[in-house]
Design a protein around this ligand. Structure first.
Ligand code: PLP
Length: 405
């Protein structure tokens, strides 16, 4: 097959824009006439410095990241951030209460709306385990709202959240990649919008944006303490994770550890170390950052910035959901997320009705060049991921197939 015969609906790692890949292939061999490939150049040399600084500047421009936030290029994927946000925010909390001799473990509030926020919550539970049996735990993780009883097919409504007054932080996942639920977009008046106003003043808000990063503007970015996202959906190849952190949360975790009451923080997880070293504390994932830098340039120059991207993503989602709703009315399939305001524009999940029909659907899709449509192994069914590099034409072609099936 050639690339133009294939429509790739992968959930991640996801497709990348072809002009970017062509440029990256050249850079891998010979970066900018240096005679050296980009992965063979020092990460402390002037060439890579320009790449990473350009990437940061373009990211700030695209998402309008305020100046009082640091943009970090970290490693270990989204999964490492499940631990890192806990560790850094617990350290920040400990330093804020430095004078307390009877330091009480804080609550940490999780909004659990799918597989990924569940995993993040479980990591907080694990890291809270006391240093010795019977000792005080490091934190008290709580579930502030969950849609688990509804099998993660919807989102909580504003009055269903129960935030604690003085949590070390509140955590949510903006788009649940496996289940296909996403908080409604910027400025939404929907009852499913994330209830920023209900979070007590001063409590830091953390958002996992891994699978919706750069798909549209981030609502109320300044209401967040930390926003993080693995690159491998809308930004670049796997290997780099962007962490946007409010600068007052870049704390010295060693000082916090000395006070006691928090777990040990590996140096790689400390946001301050990463920020102080401009994301070059250790060897960074050079190739992933390079391709991400090219994607950011491309999004600004060719895709009309974040407004242009959001418009196309809306059109893609509308086209596919319209076809699915039509097929559902005919009894052919079932859309997993029924509530329109809770539907993801990035990961669209559905189940084909009828014995043996799912295989038929997937075989037919394969024959027509539609790839990687099988749902996540934990939930089954079908999942079409419509990340930025998936074109409206590909989505329309899939919509036609669904209507005809
Ligand atoms: N959070 C979300 C929303 C994800 O979709 C994923 C992975 O797909 C992760 C976290 C975990 O990321 P990683 O695989 O980079 O550790």
């Amino acid at each position: 097959f050639s690339r133009d015969q294939i429509h790739n609906f992968a959930a991640g790692p996801s497709p990348l824009p072809e002009p970017v890949l062509e440029k990256a292939a050249k850079g891998l061999l010979n970066y900018d006439g240096t005679g050296i490939g980009v992965c063979e150049l020092s990460h402390r040399g002037k060439e890579f410095k320009a790449i990473i600084e350009g990437a940061e500047a373009n990211l700030r421009k695209l998402l309008q990241v305020p100046d009082d936030y640091a943009v970090l290029f970290s490693q270990g994927g989204g999964t490492t951030q499940f631990s890192s946000v806990f560790l850094n925010l617990l350290a920040a909390r400990r330093l804020k209460h430095a004078d307390e001799t009877n330091y009480a473990p804080p609550t940490v509030d999780y909004v659990v709306t799918g597989s990924w926020s569940s995993k993040a919550y479980q990591e907080a539970v694990r890291l809270s385990i006391p240093p010795a049996p019977g000792a005080q735990p490091f934190a008290e993780p709580r579930i502030a709202a969950t849609t688990k009883p509804a099998k993660f097919t919807t989102l909580p409504k504003a009055d269903e959240y129960d935030f604690s007054k003085d949590a070390a932080y509140v955590y949510y996942c903006e788009n649940e990649t496996i289940n296909g639920v996403e908080f409604p977009g910027p400025d939404s008046q929907s009852p499913y919008a994330f209830p920023f106003d209900r979070v007590p003043d001063g409590v830091p808000i953390v958002a996992d944006y891994s699978s919706s990063f750069l798909s549209r503007p981030i609502p109320q970015i300044e209401r967040h303490a930390i926003i993080y996202a693995g690159a491998q959906k809308n930004l670049g190849p796997p290997g780099v994770t962007i962490v946007i952190v409010r600068k007052d949360l870049l704390v010295d975790t060693t000082e916090a550890m000395k006070l006691g009451g928090i777990p040990a923080v590996p140096i790689q997880s400390e946001f301050k170390t990463l920020a102080d070293n401009k994301s070059l504390y250790n060897t960074p994932p050079v190739f992933s950052i390079y391709v991400s830098a090219l994607v950011l340039e491309y999004l600004l120059a060719e895709r009309g910035g974040i407004a242009g991207i959001a418009e196309v993503n809306r059109a893609k989602g509308d086209a596919l959901y319209a076809a699915l709703d039509e097929a559902e009315a005919k009894g052919k399939l079932r859309v997993v997320v029924q509530e329109k305001d809770a539907r993801s524009l990035m990961n669209i999940t559905f189940v084909i009705e009828g014995e043996g029909r799912e295989k038929e659907f997937l075989d037919g899709a394969e024959a027509r060049g539609f790839r990687q449509l099988k749902g996540h192994r934990s939930v089954g069914g079908i999942r079409a991921s419509l990340y930025n590099a998936v074109t409206l034409e590909s989505v329309k072609a899939l919509a036609e197939y669904i209507k005809a099936f």
